[in-house]
Every structure is written in structure tokens, then in C-alpha cells.
Design a binder for this molecule. Structure first.
Ligand SMILES: [Zn+2]
Length: 411
């Protein structure tokens, strides 16, 4: 059984340049997560154990984000120092395979093909290369292929308007022998491998009805924002956990909010909390306040800060049901409540026994917030401009997240 996959993640993002800057195309955010994350999640669910990422332009972004292990898969990076063409890039990645066969997936399209079915189809033929084909209707942006009854590819047709046709969906099952020794250093996979295998009668295609989207096309990229989001259906049985600084109010760099005068509530936050308190059964703030441990302000000062915060939310028609804080210094051996430790969630659960962590959302702007939520089995939302934290979702601000819930008709 094939458990290795090569993902082509070196895209330059030229056609997406207007919407995505300084990111390799597969990292373009889709509904708050990099597009590539949806691909890797799917591969992990389908039992892949090793993923070779062929990376090039701006590869550090990908390597930093996913690291060496993701969703239980070992990640290996095949780094292209200079562009090798689609063929050279895949061949270099093949060099990292442990076995002779692998799936190859295009990193700027998502095609939810059943890989096991593709593999058995591949093995049922005497071919060395099998393509997953997607049936499209009324299109002109792709060339098409034709197959005979056995699935052998009989023709490649140029781009032109068609009522319907099968396109190469960018998912392959191949044997490493398709890369012959005579190939140059830089070459096109389409010209030097697909066409050669086709001429020799070794190229097969399996049609799949699976979901397909190509984020290289701006309209598809827009459509992906709503179609790819798999957010749980929040209702009053859910609890909303919120970090404070950076989410509800401006973080003071290198210092703390020591008194109510220093509390600068972020714009749109009271209104967003009004909307959010309509869906969530409980709204709870959990905040690390080691400024108390340092003696910079007292618990009474903090209570005044929180009274001001809660009052402004009340005035907008929303509510914060409780605030829990950790007053301890980082590293205090007596502390079990400084995030990411779960102490404040336990305190909240004691106060509201109906809290179910698996029906809770943690919204925060730091890795410790996301860890806190994840460790408790919560759904997590990272507040930041670009998702560098492996949260379930991210949004630039709490208001933006609340607005996206509204757009998705949760509000
Ligand atoms: Zn603590």
C-alpha cells in the first residue's frame, strides 16, 4: 500500500499576485488557514505517513509553518535552489522516497480523490503513471483528455471552450521508473513524462467526482473561502473562551494594563461580543496577568480594569460572563493556571458545570492560547494577520471573525 506522497508546493502565485503577496501560492489563506493545510489534512486522513514537499520560492514560510511532522505525517522538504521545471522538481522529490511508488499532488489545486481507489486502478493496469481526472462542464481554461473504456488515455486536447470534458486534476499515482536517465536537469513533467508515457501507451486516467478547486484562478480562490470552511455549528451549548490582551484590548508592549485608564478596548470588540453572546451560551475571559506576580499592580486594580471592560460590552448589548486570571509569575512551581496550563479552564468549569470543552472555542493571539485550547480539545481561533499558528482558524481581529460567522449565517 502506498503511504508516501509528493506535494508540489513551489508555486509562484503569479495569477494570485493581487490577493496574495510574499507567500508561496499553496500558503494563500483560505477561510483562515493556508490552502496547503487542507491538502495535508486530507492526505493524513487518507492514511499517508510520509509527505515530500517540493518547495522553492519563499519556502521558509512553508517550512516554518508545518515543521517536520504534521497531522501524524513525517514531512520531508525537497528544496529547489533553482527552478527545475515541473519535471525536475518531481524527480528531485522522488529521490526522497523510501518506496518505488507514490502519489503526486499539485499544491495549488485541491482534488479530494479517493487515493486507495486511484491506487487499485493504477495497479490493475500495466501502466507506470495514472492521472485522476475531473469532469468539468462549460469551461475554457483547461485542456482535456480522452480515455477509452479501459481508462487508457487516448488523446490530449488543447484548451478551448467545451460543454463538458475530463481534465487532468493534478493528482497522480506513479512509479519512479517514469523518470528515465536521459532526462535533462530542468524539464517539464507534462512534455517529457506525461506525453512520453502517453505515446508509449502507459498512461491511464481514472475519473473522479470528488470536489475540485484551483486557487490559481482568482474566482476559484474567492469561492474556496466559503466552500472549504468546515466550521462547527455553534449554538448555546457552546462556550466562548477569550484571551484578553491583543484580542479584546491593545497589548502594551513590554508592560501591562495596570489601571482602567490604560485599557484601550479594540475597535468593534463590544459590538462583536454583543453578536457573539447571542450564539454562545457562555463568554469567558482567561488571561495571564503576571504583572500581579511582579507587584506592578494589585488584584483590586485588575478588578477595576475588568469592570470597565465588562461595562463597555454591556453597553453594546453583549456580555462577558466571567473573567479568570493567573496572577503568577512564569515558572512559578505553585501555578497550574498560566496558559497553556489548563487551570483557568478548570476554574471556569467549576463555576459553570455545563461547560463542555469539546464544545468550546478558544480565541487568542499567542501560541500559548492555541496550545491551551488544543490541549483541552477546544476549537481554536488565532487572532493575527497571517496564520502562523496551527489553529483551526485565524482572523486578523475578533471583529473580523465575528463578521465571518455572520457571513456564514451563524448570526
Ligand atoms: Zn497561575
Amino acid at each position: 500500500m502506498i503511504r508516501e506522497v509528493i506535494v508540489l508546493a513551489g508555486g509562484f502565485g503569479t495569477r494570485l499576485a493581487s490577493v496574495v503577496q510574499d507567500l508561496p501560492k499553496p500558503m494563500a489563506p483560505v477561510a483562515g488557514k493556508p490552502f496547503l493545510q487542507y491538502i495535508l489534512d486530507d492526505l493524513s486522513e487518507q492514511g499517508m505517513q510520509r509527505c515530500i514537499l517540493a518547495v522553492g520560492h519563499l519556502r521558509q514560510v512553508i517550512m516554518r509553518y508545518f515543521g517536520d511532522v504534521y497531522a501524524g505525517m513525517e514531512l520531508v522538504y525537497s528544496e529547489e535552489e533553482v527552478p527545475l521545471g515541473t519535471g525536475g522538481g518531481i524527480r528531485q522529490a522522488v529521490g526522497y522516497l523510501q518506496g518505488d511508488e507514490a502519489f503526486v499532488i499539485n499544491g495549488d489545486t485541491f482534488f479530494g480523490v479517493d487515493l486507495r481507489s486511484l491506487e487499485s486502478f493504477h495497479h490493475s493496469h500495466d501502466g507506470s503513471l495514472t492521472l485522476a481526472l475531473k469532469k468539468m462542464y462549460r469551461f475554457d481554461r483547461y485542456g482535456t483528455v480522452e480515455t477509452d473504456d479501459s481508462g487508457s488515455i487516448t488523446a490530449f486536447l488543447e484548451k478551448q471552450y467545451r460543454e463538458e470534458g475530463l481534465i487532468n486534476g493534478g493528482v497522480y499515482c506513479l512509479h519512479r521508473s517514469v523518470f528515465t536517465d536521459d532526462l535533462p536537469k530542468v524539464f517539464s513533467f507534462e512534455k517529457e513524462v506525461l506525453e512520453v508515457q502517453f505515446r508509449e501507451g502507459h498512461l491511464f486516467g481514472q475519473e473522479s467526482e470528488a470536489y475540485f478547486i484551483d486557487i490559481g484562478i482568482p474566482e476559484d480562490y474567492e469561492r474556496a473561502q466559503t466552500e472549504m470552511l468546515s466550521r462547527p455549528a455553534f449554538d448555546a451549548s457552546w462556550t466562548l473562551f477569550l484571551d484578553r490582551d491583543g484580542v479584546l484590548n491593545t497589548r502594551i508592549p513590554g508592560d501591562y494594563v495596570r489601571n482602567p485608564a490604560q485599557l484601550d478596548i479594540l475597535s468593534g470588540v463590544p459590538e462583536s461580543l454583543a453578536a457573539l453572546s447571542e450564539i454562545f451560551g457562555r463568554v469567558v475571559v482567561v488571561t495571564n496577568q503576571q504583572g500581579i506576580g511582579k507587584g506592578l499592580y494589585a488584584e483590586d486594580d485588575l478588578a477595576l480594569v475588568h469592570e470597565k471592560l465588562m461595562q463597555s460590552v454591556r453597553q453594546a448589548g453583549g456580555r462577558i460572563d466571567a473573567v479568570f486570571f493567573c496572577p503568577h509569575l512564569s515558572g512559578d512551581p505553585m501555578c497550574d493556571c498560566r496558559k497553556p496550563a489548563p487551570g483557568m479552564a478548570m476554574q471556569a468549569k467549576k463555576h459553570f458545570p455545563e461547560i463542555d470543552f469539546s464544545r468550546s472555542v478558544m480565541v487568542g493571539d499567542a501560541a500559548s492560547d492555541i496550545r491551551f485550547g488544543r490541549d483541552l480539545g477546544m476549537y481554536t481561533v488565532a487572532i493575527q494577520d497571517f496564520p502562523i499558528i496551527l489553529a483551526d482558524e485565524s482572523a486578523p481581529t475578533l471583529s473580523a471573525w465575528a463578521t465571518s460567522l455572520k457571513q456564514m449565517k451563524f448570526l
